[in-house]
Design a protein. Structure first.
Ligand code: KG4
Ligand code: ZN
Length: 387
Protein backbone atom coordinates (compact mmCIF):
# COMPACT_ATOMS: atom_id res chain seq x y z
CA UNK A 1 0.00 0.00 0.00
CA UNK A 2 1.14 3.57 -0.68
CA UNK A 3 2.37 5.43 2.35
CA UNK A 4 0.64 8.69 3.11
CA UNK A 5 2.44 11.97 3.48
CA UNK A 6 2.18 11.92 7.31
CA UNK A 7 3.32 8.33 7.83
CA UNK A 8 6.33 8.88 5.61
CA UNK A 9 7.23 12.09 7.37
CA UNK A 10 6.89 10.56 10.82
CA UNK A 11 9.39 7.94 9.64
CA UNK A 12 11.53 10.90 8.59
CA UNK A 13 11.32 9.60 5.05
CA UNK A 14 10.79 12.30 2.50
CA UNK A 15 8.07 12.23 -0.12
CA UNK A 16 9.63 12.55 -3.54
CA UNK A 17 7.43 13.76 -6.36
CA UNK A 18 8.44 13.65 -10.01
CA UNK A 19 6.95 16.70 -11.72
CA UNK A 20 6.35 16.97 -15.46
CA UNK A 21 5.61 20.26 -17.26
CA UNK A 22 4.79 20.62 -20.96
CA UNK A 23 2.13 23.36 -21.15
CA UNK A 24 3.93 25.73 -23.49
CA UNK A 25 7.42 25.75 -24.98
CA UNK A 26 9.50 24.21 -22.21
CA UNK A 27 9.72 20.46 -21.66
CA UNK A 28 10.60 20.10 -18.00
CA UNK A 29 10.94 17.43 -15.33
CA UNK A 30 12.06 17.72 -11.71
CA UNK A 31 12.11 15.81 -8.46
CA UNK A 32 11.13 17.70 -5.31
CA UNK A 33 11.17 16.27 -1.78
CA UNK A 34 8.39 17.23 0.65
CA UNK A 35 7.23 20.02 -1.62
CA UNK A 36 10.23 22.26 -0.94
CA UNK A 37 13.63 20.58 -1.49
CA UNK A 38 14.62 20.54 -5.16
CA UNK A 39 16.55 17.33 -5.86
CA UNK A 40 16.75 18.01 -9.60
CA UNK A 41 15.22 20.32 -12.18
CA UNK A 42 15.74 19.91 -15.92
CA UNK A 43 14.32 22.27 -18.54
CA UNK A 44 14.63 21.77 -22.30
CA UNK A 45 13.76 25.08 -23.90
CA UNK A 46 12.32 25.26 -27.42
CA UNK A 47 13.32 28.87 -27.99
CA UNK A 48 15.52 27.95 -30.96
CA UNK A 49 12.60 26.17 -32.65
CA UNK A 50 10.16 29.09 -32.28
CA UNK A 51 12.58 31.99 -32.70
CA UNK A 52 12.15 32.46 -36.41
CA UNK A 53 8.38 32.78 -35.99
CA UNK A 54 8.68 35.35 -33.18
CA UNK A 55 6.32 33.33 -30.97
CA UNK A 56 5.35 29.80 -29.98
CA UNK A 57 3.97 27.65 -32.84
CA UNK A 58 1.65 25.08 -31.17
CA UNK A 59 2.24 22.20 -33.64
CA UNK A 60 6.00 22.57 -33.38
CA UNK A 61 5.75 22.75 -29.59
CA UNK A 62 3.92 19.39 -29.35
CA UNK A 63 6.39 17.72 -31.70
CA UNK A 64 9.33 19.03 -29.70
CA UNK A 65 7.78 17.88 -26.39
CA UNK A 66 7.45 14.39 -27.88
CA UNK A 67 11.14 14.39 -28.73
CA UNK A 68 12.26 15.75 -25.37
CA UNK A 69 9.99 14.23 -22.74
CA UNK A 70 11.75 10.88 -22.27
CA UNK A 71 15.34 12.21 -22.10
CA UNK A 72 14.28 15.12 -19.87
CA UNK A 73 12.56 12.83 -17.33
CA UNK A 74 15.53 10.45 -17.41
CA UNK A 75 17.91 13.32 -16.78
CA UNK A 76 15.83 14.61 -13.85
CA UNK A 77 15.89 11.16 -12.23
CA UNK A 78 19.58 10.75 -12.86
CA UNK A 79 20.42 14.17 -11.37
CA UNK A 80 18.35 13.24 -8.29
CA UNK A 81 20.14 9.84 -8.18
CA UNK A 82 16.78 8.09 -8.13
CA UNK A 83 15.20 5.23 -10.01
CA UNK A 84 11.68 5.63 -11.33
CA UNK A 85 10.39 3.10 -8.77
CA UNK A 86 11.74 5.26 -5.96
CA UNK A 87 9.50 8.26 -6.59
CA UNK A 88 6.30 8.44 -4.54
CA UNK A 89 4.04 10.14 -7.07
CA UNK A 90 3.96 11.60 -10.55
CA UNK A 91 2.71 15.19 -10.90
CA UNK A 92 1.73 16.60 -14.23
CA UNK A 93 0.48 19.96 -15.52
CA UNK A 94 -3.17 19.58 -16.52
CA UNK A 95 -3.63 23.16 -17.80
CA UNK A 96 -3.88 25.94 -18.71
CA UNK A 97 -1.75 25.81 -21.85
CA UNK A 98 -1.59 24.50 -25.39
CA UNK A 99 -3.73 21.39 -25.67
CA UNK A 100 -1.33 19.37 -27.84
CA UNK A 101 1.62 20.31 -25.65
CA UNK A 102 -0.22 19.46 -22.42
CA UNK A 103 -1.29 16.09 -23.83
CA UNK A 104 2.31 14.96 -24.26
CA UNK A 105 3.13 15.46 -20.57
CA UNK A 106 -0.22 14.12 -19.37
CA UNK A 107 -0.03 10.98 -21.49
CA UNK A 108 3.52 10.27 -20.38
CA UNK A 109 2.69 11.01 -16.72
CA UNK A 110 -0.38 8.77 -16.82
CA UNK A 111 1.59 5.96 -18.40
CA UNK A 112 4.35 6.21 -15.78
CA UNK A 113 1.87 6.35 -12.89
CA UNK A 114 -0.10 3.41 -14.24
CA UNK A 115 2.88 1.20 -14.96
CA UNK A 116 4.60 1.99 -11.64
CA UNK A 117 1.42 1.79 -9.56
CA UNK A 118 2.05 5.30 -8.19
CA UNK A 119 -0.47 8.10 -7.64
CA UNK A 120 -0.93 10.69 -10.38
CA UNK A 121 -1.40 14.28 -9.18
CA UNK A 122 -2.82 16.82 -11.66
CA UNK A 123 -1.51 20.36 -11.20
CA UNK A 124 -2.71 23.75 -12.38
CA UNK A 125 0.24 25.48 -14.07
CA UNK A 126 -0.64 28.79 -12.39
CA UNK A 127 -0.56 27.18 -8.95
CA UNK A 128 2.91 25.97 -9.95
CA UNK A 129 3.99 29.60 -10.47
CA UNK A 130 2.73 30.45 -6.96
CA UNK A 131 4.75 27.58 -5.49
CA UNK A 132 7.88 28.68 -7.38
CA UNK A 133 7.99 31.65 -4.99
CA UNK A 134 7.80 29.36 -1.95
CA UNK A 135 10.54 27.10 -3.38
CA UNK A 136 12.84 30.08 -3.75
CA UNK A 137 12.04 31.50 -0.31
CA UNK A 138 12.72 28.08 1.21
CA UNK A 139 16.30 28.19 -0.10
CA UNK A 140 16.85 31.19 2.17
CA UNK A 141 14.93 29.41 4.98
CA UNK A 142 12.08 31.85 4.66
CA UNK A 143 8.35 31.39 4.16
CA UNK A 144 6.10 34.12 2.79
CA UNK A 145 3.28 34.85 5.18
CA UNK A 146 -0.30 34.53 4.02
CA UNK A 147 -2.63 36.10 3.07
CA UNK A 148 -0.67 37.33 0.08
CA UNK A 149 -1.32 38.89 -3.28
CA UNK A 150 0.35 37.03 -6.15
CA UNK A 151 1.04 38.54 -9.57
CA UNK A 152 1.71 35.90 -12.22
CA UNK A 153 3.21 37.64 -15.21
CA UNK A 154 4.58 35.73 -18.19
CA UNK A 155 4.29 35.34 -21.95
CA UNK A 156 0.91 33.65 -21.53
CA UNK A 157 -0.52 35.14 -18.34
CA UNK A 158 -0.95 38.37 -16.44
CA UNK A 159 -3.19 37.69 -13.47
CA UNK A 160 -3.57 38.77 -9.84
CA UNK A 161 -4.71 36.40 -7.09
CA UNK A 162 -5.28 36.64 -3.42
CA UNK A 163 -3.65 33.59 -1.83
CA UNK A 164 -4.83 32.34 1.55
CA UNK A 165 -4.41 29.20 3.63
CA UNK A 166 -6.59 27.75 6.35
CA UNK A 167 -3.89 28.15 8.97
CA UNK A 168 -2.44 31.54 8.21
CA UNK A 169 0.88 32.32 9.87
CA UNK A 170 2.95 29.12 10.02
CA UNK A 171 2.63 27.84 6.46
CA UNK A 172 4.09 24.40 5.85
CA UNK A 173 4.71 22.85 2.49
CA UNK A 174 1.85 20.38 2.83
CA UNK A 175 -0.79 23.06 3.20
CA UNK A 176 -3.42 23.59 0.51
CA UNK A 177 -3.85 27.20 -0.59
CA UNK A 178 -7.08 28.89 -1.64
CA UNK A 179 -7.22 31.46 -4.42
CA UNK A 180 -9.40 34.39 -5.37
CA UNK A 181 -8.87 36.06 -8.72
CA UNK A 182 -8.57 39.84 -8.34
CA UNK A 183 -7.78 40.89 -11.90
CA UNK A 184 -6.29 39.74 -15.18
CA UNK A 185 -5.29 40.99 -18.59
CA UNK A 186 -8.11 41.68 -21.00
CA UNK A 187 -5.90 41.16 -24.05
CA UNK A 188 -2.16 40.52 -24.29
CA UNK A 189 -0.02 39.21 -21.45
CA UNK A 190 2.84 41.52 -20.40
CA UNK A 191 5.47 39.08 -21.74
CA UNK A 192 3.59 38.91 -25.03
CA UNK A 193 3.79 42.72 -25.26
CA UNK A 194 7.58 42.50 -24.71
CA UNK A 195 7.85 39.84 -27.42
CA UNK A 196 5.72 41.79 -29.92
CA UNK A 197 7.55 45.08 -29.34
CA UNK A 198 10.91 43.31 -29.71
CA UNK A 199 9.67 41.77 -32.96
CA UNK A 200 8.56 45.08 -34.47
CA UNK A 201 11.86 46.72 -33.47
CA UNK A 202 13.86 43.74 -34.85
CA UNK A 203 15.37 42.84 -31.49
CA UNK A 204 14.89 39.07 -31.61
CA UNK A 205 12.90 36.56 -29.57
CA UNK A 206 12.08 36.32 -26.73
CA UNK A 207 11.85 40.07 -26.25
CA UNK A 208 11.84 40.42 -22.46
CA UNK A 209 15.47 39.79 -21.56
CA UNK A 210 16.94 42.02 -24.28
CA UNK A 211 14.48 44.90 -23.83
CA UNK A 212 15.21 44.75 -20.09
CA UNK A 213 18.93 45.28 -20.77
CA UNK A 214 18.45 47.86 -23.52
CA UNK A 215 16.16 49.93 -21.26
CA UNK A 216 18.90 49.91 -18.63
CA UNK A 217 21.44 51.01 -21.27
CA UNK A 218 19.36 54.07 -22.28
CA UNK A 219 21.11 57.27 -21.27
CA UNK A 220 19.32 60.50 -20.46
CA UNK A 221 17.88 60.97 -23.97
CA UNK A 222 14.27 62.22 -23.73
CA UNK A 223 11.56 59.69 -24.63
CA UNK A 224 10.52 60.20 -28.27
CA UNK A 225 6.90 59.46 -27.24
CA UNK A 226 5.10 59.29 -23.88
CA UNK A 227 2.87 56.41 -22.81
CA UNK A 228 0.38 57.35 -20.09
CA UNK A 229 -1.20 54.95 -17.59
CA UNK A 230 -3.61 52.44 -19.15
CA UNK A 231 -7.21 52.84 -18.09
CA UNK A 232 -9.45 49.79 -17.89
CA UNK A 233 -13.18 50.27 -17.46
CA UNK A 234 -14.82 48.21 -14.76
CA UNK A 235 -12.39 46.29 -12.60
CA UNK A 236 -9.48 48.61 -11.75
CA UNK A 237 -7.28 45.56 -11.15
CA UNK A 238 -7.57 44.32 -14.76
CA UNK A 239 -4.62 44.87 -17.10
CA UNK A 240 -4.40 45.70 -20.80
CA UNK A 241 -1.22 45.72 -22.88
CA UNK A 242 -2.34 45.55 -26.51
CA UNK A 243 -2.94 49.32 -26.71
CA UNK A 244 0.62 49.99 -25.57
CA UNK A 245 2.03 47.60 -28.16
CA UNK A 246 -0.06 49.29 -30.87
CA UNK A 247 1.12 52.73 -29.68
CA UNK A 248 4.74 51.59 -30.11
CA UNK A 249 3.90 50.22 -33.57
CA UNK A 250 2.24 53.47 -34.74
CA UNK A 251 5.05 55.59 -33.37
CA UNK A 252 7.68 53.52 -35.19
CA UNK A 253 5.67 53.52 -38.44
CA UNK A 254 5.14 57.28 -38.38
CA UNK A 255 8.79 58.16 -37.86
CA UNK A 256 10.93 57.26 -40.88
CA UNK A 257 14.11 57.62 -38.83
CA UNK A 258 13.64 54.12 -37.32
CA UNK A 259 13.53 52.25 -40.64
CA UNK A 260 17.28 52.20 -41.32
CA UNK A 261 18.33 50.78 -37.98
CA UNK A 262 15.47 48.25 -37.99
CA UNK A 263 16.75 46.98 -41.35
CA UNK A 264 20.31 46.76 -40.01
CA UNK A 265 19.13 44.78 -36.99
CA UNK A 266 17.05 42.47 -39.20
CA UNK A 267 20.20 41.75 -41.18
CA UNK A 268 22.16 41.13 -37.97
CA UNK A 269 19.47 38.74 -36.70
CA UNK A 270 19.54 36.91 -40.04
CA UNK A 271 23.30 36.40 -39.50
CA UNK A 272 22.52 34.93 -36.07
CA UNK A 273 23.77 38.04 -34.22
CA UNK A 274 21.11 38.34 -31.56
CA UNK A 275 23.14 38.94 -28.41
CA UNK A 276 22.68 42.12 -26.41
CA UNK A 277 26.31 43.14 -27.12
CA UNK A 278 25.72 42.69 -30.86
CA UNK A 279 22.41 44.53 -31.03
CA UNK A 280 23.19 47.41 -28.67
CA UNK A 281 25.54 49.19 -31.14
CA UNK A 282 22.75 48.96 -33.74
CA UNK A 283 20.30 50.87 -31.54
CA UNK A 284 20.14 54.67 -31.68
CA UNK A 285 19.74 56.66 -28.42
CA UNK A 286 16.19 57.35 -29.58
CA UNK A 287 15.37 53.63 -29.84
CA UNK A 288 16.86 53.00 -26.41
CA UNK A 289 14.74 55.83 -24.99
CA UNK A 290 11.66 54.33 -26.67
CA UNK A 291 12.39 50.92 -25.13
CA UNK A 292 12.89 52.58 -21.72
CA UNK A 293 9.55 54.40 -22.06
CA UNK A 294 7.80 51.13 -23.05
CA UNK A 295 9.28 49.33 -20.05
CA UNK A 296 8.39 52.23 -17.73
CA UNK A 297 4.78 51.92 -18.86
CA UNK A 298 4.64 48.12 -18.38
CA UNK A 299 6.32 48.23 -14.98
CA UNK A 300 4.19 51.16 -13.76
CA UNK A 301 1.02 49.33 -14.77
CA UNK A 302 2.00 46.00 -13.18
CA UNK A 303 3.26 47.56 -9.95
CA UNK A 304 0.45 50.12 -9.49
CA UNK A 305 -2.34 47.58 -9.85
CA UNK A 306 -0.59 44.97 -7.72
CA UNK A 307 0.06 47.50 -4.94
CA UNK A 308 -3.59 48.59 -5.07
CA UNK A 309 -4.63 44.94 -4.73
CA UNK A 310 -2.21 44.38 -1.84
CA UNK A 311 -3.50 47.41 0.03
CA UNK A 312 -7.15 46.57 -0.56
CA UNK A 313 -6.71 42.99 0.62
CA UNK A 314 -4.48 44.12 3.52
CA UNK A 315 -1.92 41.36 2.93
CA UNK A 316 1.37 40.45 4.60
CA UNK A 317 3.28 39.53 1.46
CA UNK A 318 3.51 40.09 -2.23
CA UNK A 319 4.48 37.21 -4.52
CA UNK A 320 5.65 37.91 -8.10
CA UNK A 321 6.18 34.98 -10.46
CA UNK A 322 6.36 34.03 -14.18
CA UNK A 323 8.93 34.90 -16.87
CA UNK A 324 8.49 38.69 -16.61
CA UNK A 325 9.24 38.50 -12.85
CA UNK A 326 12.88 38.23 -13.98
CA UNK A 327 12.71 41.86 -15.16
CA UNK A 328 15.23 43.97 -13.27
CA UNK A 329 13.23 47.20 -13.25
CA UNK A 330 10.07 45.37 -12.15
CA UNK A 331 11.94 43.78 -9.26
CA UNK A 332 13.58 47.02 -8.15
CA UNK A 333 10.30 48.95 -8.35
CA UNK A 334 8.40 46.30 -6.40
CA UNK A 335 11.13 46.18 -3.73
CA UNK A 336 10.93 49.93 -3.29
CA UNK A 337 7.14 50.23 -3.28
CA UNK A 338 6.62 47.22 -1.02
CA UNK A 339 9.20 48.52 1.46
CA UNK A 340 7.43 51.83 1.81
CA UNK A 341 4.08 50.03 2.19
CA UNK A 342 5.50 47.71 4.88
CA UNK A 343 4.83 44.56 2.84
CA UNK A 344 7.40 41.87 2.07
CA UNK A 345 7.90 41.02 -1.59
CA UNK A 346 9.15 37.63 -2.82
CA UNK A 347 10.37 36.63 -6.30
CA UNK A 348 11.69 33.33 -7.60
CA UNK A 349 15.19 33.21 -9.09
CA UNK A 350 15.34 33.53 -12.86
CA UNK A 351 15.36 29.73 -13.29
CA UNK A 352 12.26 29.33 -11.14
CA UNK A 353 10.49 32.39 -12.65
CA UNK A 354 10.25 30.88 -16.10
CA UNK A 355 8.43 27.60 -16.74
CA UNK A 356 9.93 24.63 -14.90
CA UNK A 357 8.76 21.36 -13.35
CA UNK A 358 10.06 21.90 -9.80
CA UNK A 359 7.15 24.29 -9.26
CA UNK A 360 4.74 21.59 -10.52
CA UNK A 361 6.15 18.98 -8.14
CA UNK A 362 5.99 21.51 -5.28
CA UNK A 363 2.37 22.44 -6.02
CA UNK A 364 1.51 18.74 -6.16
CA UNK A 365 2.72 18.01 -2.63
CA UNK A 366 -0.28 19.43 -0.66
CA UNK A 367 -2.59 17.67 -3.12
CA UNK A 368 -0.65 14.43 -2.64
CA UNK A 369 -1.02 14.86 1.15
CA UNK A 370 -4.76 15.45 0.69
CA UNK A 371 -5.07 12.36 -1.56
CA UNK A 372 -6.23 14.39 -4.55
CA UNK A 373 -5.26 11.93 -7.25
CA UNK A 374 -6.36 11.54 -10.87
CA UNK A 375 -7.02 8.32 -12.71
CA UNK A 376 -6.32 7.30 -16.30
CA UNK A 377 -9.22 9.41 -17.56
CA UNK A 378 -7.28 12.62 -16.78
CA UNK A 379 -7.42 14.98 -19.74
CA UNK A 380 -5.75 18.24 -20.70
CA UNK A 381 -7.71 21.39 -19.89
CA UNK A 382 -6.30 24.25 -22.01
CA UNK A 383 -8.26 26.88 -20.06
CA UNK A 384 -8.14 25.36 -16.57
CA UNK A 385 -8.92 28.11 -14.04
CA UNK A 386 -7.26 28.50 -10.65
CA UNK A 387 -10.11 30.60 -9.31
O1 KG4 B 1 7.02 32.01 -17.78
P1 KG4 B 1 7.61 31.97 -19.16
O2 KG4 B 1 8.91 31.24 -19.33
O3 KG4 B 1 6.66 31.30 -20.17
C1 KG4 B 1 5.32 31.55 -20.27
O4 KG4 B 1 5.00 32.48 -21.04
O5 KG4 B 1 4.53 30.86 -19.58
O6 KG4 B 1 7.74 33.50 -19.64
C2 KG4 B 1 8.31 33.87 -20.85
C3 KG4 B 1 8.03 35.34 -21.06
C4 KG4 B 1 8.42 35.84 -22.44
O7 KG4 B 1 7.37 36.62 -22.96
C5 KG4 B 1 9.66 36.70 -22.17
O8 KG4 B 1 9.81 37.76 -23.09
C6 KG4 B 1 9.38 37.21 -20.77
O9 KG4 B 1 8.77 36.11 -20.10
N1 KG4 B 1 10.61 37.60 -20.07
C7 KG4 B 1 10.87 38.85 -19.65
C8 KG4 B 1 12.17 38.83 -19.06
N2 KG4 B 1 12.63 37.54 -19.12
C9 KG4 B 1 11.66 36.80 -19.73
N3 KG4 B 1 10.16 39.98 -19.75
C10 KG4 B 1 10.70 41.12 -19.26
N4 KG4 B 1 11.92 41.18 -18.70
C11 KG4 B 1 12.68 40.07 -18.57
N5 KG4 B 1 13.89 40.14 -18.01
ZN1 ZN C 1 4.15 29.70 -17.06
Amino acid sequence: MEKTCESRNSNSMSTRILGIESSCDETAAAVVADGREILSSVVASQIDVHRKYGGVVPELASREHLRQIVPVVREALSQASLKLEEVDAIAVTQGPGLVGALLVGITYGKTLAQSLGKPLVPVNHLEGHVHAVFLEAHKARRTPELPAVCLIVSGGHTVLYEVTAENSGAIDSGQLFAYRKLGQTRDDAAGEAYDKVAKLLALGYPGGPILDRLAAAADGAPAPVKFGPTKTRGNALDFSFSGLKTAVLYHVREDAEYAGEIRRREEALARGERKFEQLLPLCSPKTLALVREFQNAVVRDLVDRTMTAAQRADVESLLVSGGVAANSQLRATFEERARSAGIEVFFPSRALSTDNAAMIAAAAYPRFCAGQFADVTLNADPSLALA
